[in-house]
Every structure is written in C-alpha cells, then in structure tokens.
Design a protein around this ligand. Sequence first.
Ligand code: PLP
Length: 386
Amino acid sequence: MTHLMDTYKRLPVAFARGNGSWVEDTAGKRYLDALSGIAVCGLGHAHPRVTRAIADQAGMLLHTSNLYEIPEQERLATRLCELSGMEKVFFGNSGAEANEAAIKIARLYGHARGFSRPSIIVMESSFHGRTMATLTATGNRKVQAGFEPLLTGFLRAPFNDVEAVEKIAQNAGEVVAILVEPVQGEGGIAVPAADYLARLRAICDAQGWLLMLDEVQTGNGRTGRFFAYQHTDVMPDVVTTAKGLGNGVPIGACLARGTAATVFGPGNHGSTFGGNPLVCAAANAVLDALVDDGLIERAGVLGARMLEAFRTRLAGNNRVRDIRGCGLMLGIELADPCAALVNEGLAAGILLNVTRDNVIRLLPPLTMSDAEADLVVERIVGLIEA
Ligand SMILES: *Cc1c(COP(=O)(O)O)cnc(C)c1O
C-alpha cells in the first residue's frame, strides 16, 4: 500500500534515467519524451550544462536565505529582465507561487489606488495553480469543487473574447488587473486571435489596469520566443513563469515593470527557499543554453515542422477535429474522448498527455533533433490511426 496521498492517478511506470529526448523505465524500456515532464525539461534530460551547474553549486553552497545577498539570484534576475524587457523579479518555487505574487501585486496596486476590494479579471478554461488564490483564479470547476469558500476579488470572462472584457470595463468597479495565459495549456492548447493581447493591453491602458500574463507554461522559449507575448508588440506589466526555467529544479518567477515593479516593499512578500543559490545556478545554466544554442528560435522552427507534418499526415482523418499549436506547444483535438491514448503511448514507447478529455497535448524538449521530432509525429499518428 502506498503512503502517498491520493492526489494523482499515476501511470504504472517509473523512470530510472533520462538522456536528451529519451527516458528509460526501471525495466530498461526506452520512451521518446514528447511531454518533458509537463513543459519542464525543455533542455531534455540530463543536459550536461545544467547537470554541471547543479553539481558545482551543490558542492559550494545550497542555501543561505533571502536575509543575505545572493549573487546567482541577482544574475538570474538581470538575465530574465534582459530577455523580457521587464524590470524587477521576485523568485518563488513554483508556478502557483509566481501567480500568488502577481495577485498580491495587483491587490497592493489596487489599494494604492484607493480600492478596498480590488478585483482581477480571469478567463474561462484557464489554469493558474492549486493554491487557494490560484485555484480561485483558475477557470475550471473541477479544480475548485469542494474547496469553497473561494477567494473574492475575481471576475471571469470567456477566453479570446475582447468584447466580454470591454463589457466589464464599462462598469469596472474596483477592477485593477487582467490575468491571462497567452496560450492556454491545460485548457487544451487554446491559441487566441493574433491581436488578443494587444486589445487587452489597450483596455488596460485606458482603465489603468495591470496586464498580467501567466507564462508558467508558455515561457522559457517554448513557443519560439523567450516569452509568448514577444510574438507581439505588447508589453505586459507583470509576467509569471516557472516550469521550463529550472529544467526540473523547482523555481518560479514573477517579473514586473513600471508601477507594478515597485509596489512590493520589505515585508510585503517572501519565500524561504525562493531564488536560493542552487536553483538560480540551475536556471542561469538553462538560460545560457537556451541563448547560446539558439534553442528559442529552434522551438519555433521545430514546432512549425511538427504542426505541418501533423496537418499533412492527418488531413481528412475523421477522428481529428483540429490541429493547433504555437512553437512546441502542440494540440491535436479529437472527436472522441481519448484519455486511453496515454497508456497506448506507453506501450508504443512515447510519453504524451491528454487534456480536456479529447486534446492530445505535446510539449517536446526544445533540444529535439529533426529525426526525433519526425518519430514523435510517426508514433502519434500511428496511435490516432490505430
Ligand atoms: C502548471 C501551470 C501553473 C501551476 O504551476 P505549479 O508549478 O504546478 O504550481 C500555473 N499556470 C500555468 C499556465 C501552468 O501551466
């Protein structure tokens, strides 16, 4: 009997080691990894540069607390700001914590504007995490059910619906911010209209609201830009990220610019582990590899190649309703619920995910070779046609 709480329905397989785009289970069977631990291992498994950075830092200093200066954290914040155009960074340990920081920034910003009950617009089918504030922000009743009372201070609009947000703006009350994913990941790889963020930015500018982007999944090069908003001319006020930033070492970051960058003062927020020397050394190595090896551009090229291959190979397939993506976030929506494909994938030697019951979600490593990407397409098409 397991002594683990029953929070995950786990697949009956455990992995012993990984290398690049491949993992090997405890029985020695090899699997092509088209999921990257849910968009975490963007550099693949056992990336030498990350391994070395972690080992070197572990031999020097793991943790000191944020009571002291942490040069690795300073360097990481500077790198993130250079890559994003943001100005200040707070480090936590997960995506949910990064979003908690953003929500707290919005509330402080609201109080500074004289609102005693500031509220944030969030979207349907969104996912922002499992803490009480972030599950309240999440647009999925399954994530919320049983945890009432939820927090107050959140208003909901349909995703990719600017008019719905404009309608809220006409009677805005104490709204202070919009929190939105540039591409919804858990929500089924939902890619909004190309001008969606720009139109939200315009509303935020007119209303004095903060535009806060949840790039926990889309960030760190996954879509072919460092952040997904960099496909547009839009600059957000707040950006959160996590998953791919540490390649498996737990780290989250909340970035801000302008007024939003200066609302926190000493004592407003904190984290014991956040941004410690170990995780920052790992994340610095991740950013070095992403930039030096051209992996951000590579994600765009490889994603386009895979999207095109899927569209060609699956054209006319009755089971396929839609094929969509942005860089290396790929979604294949089927006409039927397809959770069983996960197990069939294991048998066929490929790791994939199914979200929203009928969307095959692929989040391959950015380091994948063309041949490996073609093999992903081959195996996924085989599973769909089976
Ligand atoms: C995964 C995810 C989160 C939550 O991250 P955790 O590290 O699990 O807390 C939040 N937002 C988005 C968009 C995510 O994909």
